[in-house]
Write a protein of this length. Sequence first.
Length: 174
Amino acid sequence: MTQADTEIVRGERFAFGANWARFLKSLDEARIAKAEDSLRQMLAVARLDGKRFLDVGSGSGLFSLAARRMGAQVHSFDYDPRSVACTRELRDRYFPGDSVWRVEQGSVLDRDYLAGLGEFDVVYSWGVLHHTGAMWQAMENVVPLVVRGGGCLFCPLRRSGPQIAPLGVDQARL
Ligand SMILES: C[S@@+](CC[C@H](N)C(=O)[O-])C[C@H]1O[C@@H](n2cnc3c(N)ncnc32)[C@H](O)[C@@H]1O
């Protein structure tokens, strides 16, 4: 049993991975296209050819897939092994044998892990950092991974009525 599994059993962590597995069964082209559109809008670019995209807490892997379809080299990681498996499944389904989409298990709170990743044109972390229990530390850890002139898209989620609103989104200049 991994540390993430132990935390789920203790009720300290939500079992995102099980949710993602259900999500993948219903994933279709329309949903993927919508994810691509949202990245295009947030980043204000049409394509990401040759850009390095880091997906911190990739969850299902949907936004990693969207970035890869837009031409980016993608590195996805998540703390939850089931989320990692979902992201891998997406990669293998849509980009089998791909050498420029890496998927790993890792934590945004693990500075040694982050130190080995290199730098990225876009660091994307949507709905993740507030789940770490150390949101500001997590933010501080990933900011140095962005190249000069690159961009971060952080969105800790805040519920306000029926809406889910983004907080502190920094537009990428690409
Ligand atoms: C709400 S989901 C968001 C997934 C994805 N970013 C998206 O937009 O669909 C939160 C994800 O953060 C991951 N996570 C939680 N703590 C983490 C940590 N310390 N390091 C990396 N990922 C983490 C969870 O396992 C989960 O997959």
